[in-house]
Design a protein. Sequence first.
Length: 324
Amino acid sequence: MSGGALGSRLGFRGVEDLGGGLSAVFRLEQGINLDDGTLGQGGRAFGREASVGLASTAWGTVTAGRLPTPYYVAQSGVDAFSWMGSGGHLAITRSTDATRQLLPLAVSARFDNAVGYVTPRLGPLTFRAMAAAGENQPTIGRAYSASATYRNGPVDAVLAWARQQGADNANGRIDAVVAGGSYDFGAAKIFAGYTAEKNSCGTCTGALARAQGVTGAAASEFRLINLGARVPFGAFTAIVQAVRISDRSAYAAATGQRDATWLAIGGEYTLSKRTMAYASLGAVGNQNGSRYALGSGSAQQPAGLGGTGDHRSTTLTLGMRHAF
């Protein structure tokens, strides 16, 4: 699957100095599926980002267009796998009659018709905020996201929030929060995080759809608590992570307890400044028809993969990443 460590991409960005600490900036970035050469993000020409804005050394940066959400950007700060392989937060889904996301706002990652603001660094703190108009789309309405990061020596902490309204800014909504960070001891970097998404959006479709079996005005809700570590050994970095999945969804019919523990190990080997090989092995158990499935990074498993039984989902990922 393409994009097992990070989604494959090609991009262009530019900066023009306007004087007085002010610059014009733009960024165009497209996702590419290396399996077949097609464009990612539903075939968009620049689906990863298409933005233009003004950046000030004193006042921060304002951009407009299709933008990654502060909530999505914050995910890598709490995740020891940083989206990579079968241990990263974006890898987990439910493989029912459609691929159902546990973290739909994290997976969807971007808002269209958005305006974003990033402060200059205020000592150890940086703040981000974003709003999207919704533009009278038939399935979604306005959307918002904000985050605060704290970086000081070995400490890297983050708190982020996002909301997606249903169509007509009614019909339910999706609320998401992530909190946590990492501490670098030198011999090892420890990660801990809490991520939760509650989805009562009755009109949202695709990656934003509720879990199967939740109907009417009820909500699907998942809470993930993770603890992980990255341990460097020269050019090699070992990675371990445990995630506890708590399913708080309001199913129309009784299902039984669907919580689970997800375990993953992996490693990255730096071959050069631009090339890295990686591997990961993840496993998550199923019970009472939970049908959890593990993909690889942002490349997720197809619908119906696990069948109807309570199988253990195990995924091995091998890959290479090259930047140019």
